[in-house]
Each structure stands twice: as structure tokens, then as C-alpha cells.
Design a binder for this molecule. Structure first.
Ligand SMILES: C[S@@+](CC[C@H](N)C(=O)[O-])C[C@H]1O[C@@H](n2cnc3c(N)ncnc32)[C@H](O)[C@@H]1O
Length: 239
């Protein structure tokens, strides 16, 4: 589903709390948005980016740290930020993506503009600049820490930062092996009482990986449309 919009007036940046600043300093020496001016008009094209399950999880968990794995142009990141604002949570979002696109995006025969969205220049995608421009247009610079890495490397980086994650959204590659691998990588980083939510349960490989992982950790999965959710028991419930 496409969710493109026209540019709106920039809003003053909002707070993502001191932790966002510290993580930005550790990763980027400051905010990745310092001195950045949007290069492209707002374009929030995405898929299931404003799904009610994402809204519900922010409302319920009040997450300080959200990790969005697979962000494309940032539509789900922006939705998380809007929810954090709406539910008055002093949290922030770490946006993990190679910004190189997924296998299904590298398809020049597609007629839905997705290939063009990669903004290829001499074989190298410029997706990152659309993402950065979108976050800056929306004024969410203080709530977003970009992490331009593979999901695999990002999990290692986040583990080294000893950063407990309250909510992780898995929406990177959609084949069976990478989805299962992402669930296995990010689940141990989720805080007790937190949750892992994935997208595209309708994809055969995603469904298989999600069901297999749910059985592996012995936690019942909740499915609402495209979203599948695994909730980690609170600390006092862990035996
Ligand atoms: C379906 S899109 C994400 C959509 C986004 N959540 C939204 O709401 O619009 C998948 C994204 O995952 C990224 N991706 C695919 N494989 C990846 C990997 N192994 N590591 C990091 N990012 C990856 C792609 O670059 C792409 O931007």
C-alpha cells in the first residue's frame, strides 16, 4: 500500500530523551542530523507502516527504546515517533537499514515505482537521503538515531552498546532464513516485559519463520493482520 504525502512545514525537533543523545554520540559523534537539510520532498511511501498493532504496542509498553529493523523511507519510524508523542513517552527509535533495498525492490520490471524509489546512482541506491529528508521534514531528528547497517551487524552493535530494547519491529528481508535469523538475533536484546513485532505474516517464508521461532522460545504468538507479536514475560515472571 502506498502512503505518499506532500511536504509539510518543518516542526521544531522534539525530545527523545538523554539516552538518544548518548547513543547518537556513541554511534555518530553527535546527531546524524546535525547540519542536515532535507534534500528531497516528504515521501512516506511504505507498507503497513501505521498498522494499529504498532500504535497499540507503543500505547501499552510506553517504550523508551524502539528498534525498527528495515525502515525503507522511514514511514514506520515516523509512525513510532508520532505514537511516542501521542502517548507522551520520552522514547526514541533506532532506525536499522542498509538503505540498499530488499531483494524484492531490486526488480526493474516492477511498475509501482519501488525500483525508482531506490534512487540508483551508478548502481548505488540513494534511499538513505529520502529517509533522512523525511525525518527532518517531520521534525523528529531528536527521536531518531539512524543505524545504516545490516540487521546482522546492527544487532552486534546494539548488543555492545548494552542497550535494552523495549520494542523491536522486524521488517527487513522477508525470506524464511533472514526473518528467523533476525528474530533469533533481536529477541535476546528485548527487555523483560518488552515485545518483538514482525511484519508481513502473509508471506510464506515470514509465517514459517515466525511460527518456528514462537515454538522455539515457547511463547505464543499474537497475529493481527500482517503483524505478528511475541511478548517477553516481565522480569518477575521469568523463572
Ligand atoms: C519492507 S521495507 C521496510 C518498510 C518499512 N518498515 C515501512 O514501514 O515502510 C524493507 C527494508 O529492509 C531493508 N533490508 C533488507 N534486508 C536488510 C538487512 N539484511 N539488513 C538491514 N536492512 C535490510 C531494505 O533496505 C528495506 O529498506
Amino acid at each position: 500500500m502506498s502512503e505518499s504525502k506532500t511536504p509539510s512545514a518543518p516542526k521544531p525537533p522534539v525530545s527523545g530523551g538523554g539516552l538518544a543523545k548518548r547513543i547518537s554520540r556513541r554511534l555518530h559523534g553527535g546527531s546524524a542530523f546535525d547540519g542536515f537539510e532535507p534534500r528531497l520532498p516528504l515521501d512516506l511511501q511504505g507498507w503497513n507502516s501505521q498498522h494499529p498493532m504498532l500504535t497499540r504496542l507503543v500505547k501499552e509498553l510506553k517504550p523508551k527504546v524502539v528498534v525498527d529493523v528495515g525502515v525503507w523511507k522511514g514511514a514506520s519510524v515516523a509512525h513510532f515517533c508520532k505514537c511516542l508523542e501521542r502517548f507522551k513517552v520520552d522514547g526514541f527509535v533506532i532506525a536499522v537499514d542498509t538503505f540498499l533495498g530488499s531483494p524484492e525492490h531490486w526488480d526493474r520490471s516492477r511498475s509501482d515505482g519501488v525500483y525508482e524509489s531506490l534512487r540508483m546512482e551508478h548502481g548505488w541506491p540513494g534511499l538513505y537521503w529520502q529517509f533522512m529528508s523525511n525525518i527532518a521534514h517531520l521534525g523528529f531528528q531528536d527521536r531518531v538515531v539512524p543505524l545504516a547497517q545490516s540487521s546482522e551487524n546492527a544487532a552486534v552493535i546494539l548488543r555492545r552498546l548494552a542497550l535494552g530494547i523495549d520494542l523491536v519491529h522486524i521488517d527487513a528481508a522477508h525470506e524464511y532464513e533472514p526473518v528467523l535469523a533476525d528474530a533469533r538475533r533481536y529477541w535476546p536484546l528485548v527487555n523483560p516485559g518488552g515485545a518483538l513485532v514482525g511484519d508481513d505474516f502473509g508471506w510464506r517464508g515470514v509465517k514459517r519463520a515466525a511460527m518456528e521461532f514462537s515454538a522455539e522460545i515457547g511463547i505464543e504468538m499474537e497475529v493481527q493482520g500482517a503483524k505478528w507479536v511475541l511478548r517477553k514475560p516481565p522480569a518477575e515472571a521469568v523463572t
